[in-house]
Design a protein around this ligand. Structure first.
Ligand SMILES: NC(=O)C1=CN([C@@H]2O[C@H](COP(=O)(O)OP(=O)(O)OC[C@H]3O[C@@H](n4cnc5c(N)ncnc54)[C@H](O)[C@@H]3O)[C@@H](O)[C@H]2O)C=CC1
Ligand SMILES: O=C(O)CCC(=O)C(=O)O
Length: 424
């Protein structure tokens, strides 16, 4: 029976529509657990909040914010917070659902959640950004907590914003609660290695996938969309492994240099200028031409829906590493499969961030902190083992890594759902 809820049947290539089609594709591999799969097609709960703040000029601006808990069968909600002018409820629903799948795919004891505020933070002063963050945190205080739902950074949010969230929650509840968010500064209960963890996970899964398909990283050509926390770190780690960054694109522009772009100098430029545009060590390129650039490895690390059917038909890479959440629309995914491009899907490829967030949460609870080497070794092992398990399932059923990752994850989620039962 069709649900009266509009979100259950979205149209087009929306992020939520992409997620639902991924669920449809895993259904044949769920066996008797398919009985419980409808639970994955709807968020457990979604909170819409009004976030009013006083601007520096004395006027009051209202922003719409969200926190969606998609599924809590395996543990507390876990997932980042995004500040972006295009944030919608439907997008946050999809991002929270991908967190459910991701956390189960790497076997972290979490459900999936995500948050966001529709705002362009680049237009806010530091004071306005702090007021927005604190008010949003108070409004979603109904849902979050160290054992309930633990936010973290995502697009346009960072350690400073996590520090304000932690402080606001702590003030509102009357005790310092470091475990309420992860991705905090290290001196406030943050973990060594968290800032680089997502990019490092993209590198680790990429390194393993390249090895399995006989692609030598030495001299491999890499193209990256998004030079922020995820794309910038991944590019630097591939460059350290001997690959060369031949093309990069962000919101400000697109660059190309066949001989390789210096990733560290570019990172310093982005830090100073806010984007890659104007970087003197490469030539500007037309934005759409980025997708035709000859390369071996392509890393979308910006926003959803970037790899359309058209771009999937044109791109040159052998290996596509989904640093971003939901970068490939379903038809694009199908075309990549037909063309023999190996896709390491977001739900495993970018799981390094939430894995080190988990380490941070564990360290906060035990008040005992690990070295960066311990973090990176454990991260590497979790990512390698999770990818190996997914690869085995893909080989067994002759299915893409994405469907295999969903099969592994959904089995874990739906077993928990089944064993917990339906009634309080
Ligand atoms: N930060 C984290 O730990 C994690 C992030 N992700 C995902 O990775 C992606 C990137 O996130 P972060 O690096 O954290 O964000 P960020 O805010 O640090 O960087 C975002 C990058 O995307 C670029 N960008 C934005 N709009 C663009 C456009 N229209 N065209 C081209 N580039 C554009 C920005 O210029 C920037 O370089 C997102 O999909 C996010 O959900 C996934 C797992 C964890
Ligand atoms: O570190 C976390 O808790 C979540 C990171 C995140 O939002 C993601 O993996 O998409």
């Amino acid at each position: 029976m069709n649900s009266p809820l509009s979100y259950v049947h979205p149209t087009g290539d929306s992020a939520w529509g992409t997620y639902l089609s991924q669920i449809d594709r895993v259904m044949p591999y769920l066996g008797p657990l398919a009985r419980w799969a409808e639970t994955l097609r709807r968020p457990k709960r979604a909170l819409i909040v009004d976030v009013p703040i006083e601007l520096d000029n004395g006027t009051v601006a209202h922003h719409e914010g969200y926190r969606v808990q998609h599924n809590l069968s395996r543990g507390p909600g876990k997932g980042g917070v995004r500040f972006h002018p295009d944030v919608t409820l439907e997008e946050v629903m999809a991002l929270s659902a991908w967190m459910t799948i991701k956390n189960a795919a790497v076997n972290l004891p979490y459900g999936g959640a995500k948050g966001g505020v529709r705002v362009d933070p680049k237009r806010l002063s530091r004071g306005e950004l702090e007021r927005l963050t604190r008010r949003y945190t108070s409004e979603i205080g109904l849902l979050i907590g160290p054992t309930k739902d633990i936010p973290a950074p995502d697009v346009n949010t960072n350690g400073q914003i996590m520090a304000w969230m932690m402080d606001t929650y702590s003030v509102n509840t009357g005790s310092t609660a470091t475990g309420v968010v992860t991705g905090k500064p290290v001196h406030l209960g943050g973990s060594l290695g968290r800032v680089k963890a997502t990019g490092r996970g993209v590198f680790v899964t990429g390194r393993e996938a390249a090895r399995r398909i006989g692609l030598n990283l030495q001299g491999a050509r890499v193209a990256v969309q998004g030079y922020g926390n995820v794309g910038g770190v991944a590019a630097q780690l591939f460059a350290e492994a001997g690959a060369r960054l031949v093309a990069v694109q962000d919101h400000s522009g697109t660059l190309h240099r066949e001989a390789g772009i210096d990733t560290h100098t570019l990172a310093a430029h982005v830090q100073a200028q806010g984007g890659v545009a104007g970087f003197p060590g490469a030539s500007p390129l037309d934005g759409e031409a980025f997708w035709d650039t000859p390369c071996d490895i392509l890393i979308p690390a910006a926003l959803e829906g970037q790899i359309s059917a058209d771009r999937a038909g044109r791109l040159q890479a052998r290996l596509l590493l989904e640093g971003a959440n939901g970068p490939t629309v379903p038809e694009g995914d199908r075309i990549l499969g037909e063309r023999g491009v190996l896709v390491v899907p977001d739900v495993i490829c970018n799981a390094g961030g939430v894995t080190v967030s988990y380490f941070e949460w564990v360290q906060d609870f035990s008040s005992f902190f690990w070295t960066e080497d311990e973090i990176n070794v454990r991260l590497d092992k979790i990512m390698v083992d999770a990818l190996a398990r997914i690869w085995d399932v893909a080989d067994l059923h002759r299915i893409p890594l994405r469907t295999a990752a969903f099969a592994v994850a959904c089995e874990r989620i739906l077993m928990a759902r089944q064993d917990r039962g339906l009634y309080p």
